[in-house]
Design a binder for this molecule. Structure first.
Ligand SMILES: [Mn+2]
Length: 322
């Protein structure tokens, strides 16, 4: 039997959902009798595809960077920075297979795949509408409010936590198989999925308590320092859940490899953001987007990180009450 090898963005809800929707399309519209093999890809510096074998009879990449390798037969991505080099981009522009797609205006690659396969191959993905809708909400951070983003009441949000937290790749592939077959509320009730979810959720609840005990808010700016706790990778909407009236948030955290200042803005703020946080962070050697940025220091420079964070908090408080 022929193999369809699908490479996807690992530990990312949109990445797994993209792999699931692409597989359903492929089986329904291209080849009924094939075996799917999955492999997750992660961002790292340097040569991204050095370990990739492209050893399927067909090979697809979804929700991840382009490769000019001739063995790559399908590609879908919605990231702005989808090409590792100018040469790769030219290679893509010259492609005439009609099987490689890029559009950075989409919030999610999952929705992009659903719409492109409908438009170009007549594939009807309506059976997967729930998965497509949630991938678009999660990857585009289009949550209705901080409560949805933090309390994780929806099955999709619980699954997002499992997808991001699970470290066993075999389980990641099993989740893709579940996405192809079942409604999300049914997947979160599967025994091994619940077992993965429980400790991650407990850690999430602990992180809410820690941030609550460490954070203070004045002049619409939240400030907290959790460098004394093991708290890399907390849900970044927690501060706005605790202080819904805040516009900005500045947090200091510490891990084995860095002391980090996270500077963010509240997507649901009653008073709109006026400061460009990417520019603010760039002044201290960091970077990001207008709405969220970060600055990293070596782990032994925690004191400096704290001092810089204090300056940023002052600046944002002053700007908020001006
Ligand atoms: Mn994506």
């Amino acid at each position: 039997m022929e193999t369809m090898k699908v490479y996807f963005h690992n530990n990312c809800f949109d990445g797994l959902a993209s792999a699931a929707v692409f597989s359903c399309f492929y089986r329904s519209a291209v080849r009924k009798d094939c075996k799917f093999v999955y492999e997750g890809l992660a961002h790292k510096a340097g040569e991204l595809f050095i370990d990739v074998q492209f050893d399927g009879d067909e090979n697809a990449i979804v929700d991840f960077k382009y490769s000019s390798d001739p063995r790559l037969t399908w590609w879908f991505d919605h990231h702005q920075s989808a090409f590792l080099s100018k040469a790769d981009e030219e290679h893509f522009r010259a492609d005439e297979s009609g099987r490689k797609f890029h559009d950075p205006t989409y919030h999610s690659c999952t929705k992009f795949i659903a719409e492109m396969t409908q438009e170009h191959f007549g594939y009807d993905s309506s059976r997967l509408d729930e998965l497509v809708r949630w991938a678009d909400i999660i990857d585009g951070a289009q949550f209705a409010d901080a409560k949805t983003a933090v309390e994780l009441g929806e099955a999709a949000m619980k699954l997002m936590m499992v997808v991001e937290g699970v470290r066993d790749n075999g389980k990641v592939y099993r989740l893709i198989e579940e996405f192809k077959e079942k409604p999300l509320a049914e997947i979160i009730e599967v025994g091994w999925v619940r077992d993965e979810f429980r400790p991650l959720y407990e850690r999430h609840l602990r992180s809410i308590d820690i941030i609550r005990s460490r954070a203070e808010c004045s002049d619409r700016t939240i400030s907290f320092d959790v460098s004394g706790h093991d708290l890399e990778g907390y849900n970044k909407f927690i501060p706005y859940y605790l202080f819904p009236d805040a516009t900005y948030c500045v947090g200091v955290s510490l891990s084995s490899f860095r002391a980090k200042i996270s500077v963010g803005s509240n997507p649901w703020a009653p008073h709109p953001r006026t400061q460009n946080l990417a520019l603010l962070c760039e002044r201290y050697g960091g970077g990001g987007h207008p709405v969220v940025g970060a600055i990293s220091f070596p782990p032994d420079q925690l004191e400096k990180a704290r001092r810089v964070a204090g300056e940023i908090v002052q600046e944002l408080r002053t700007a908020s009450v001006r």
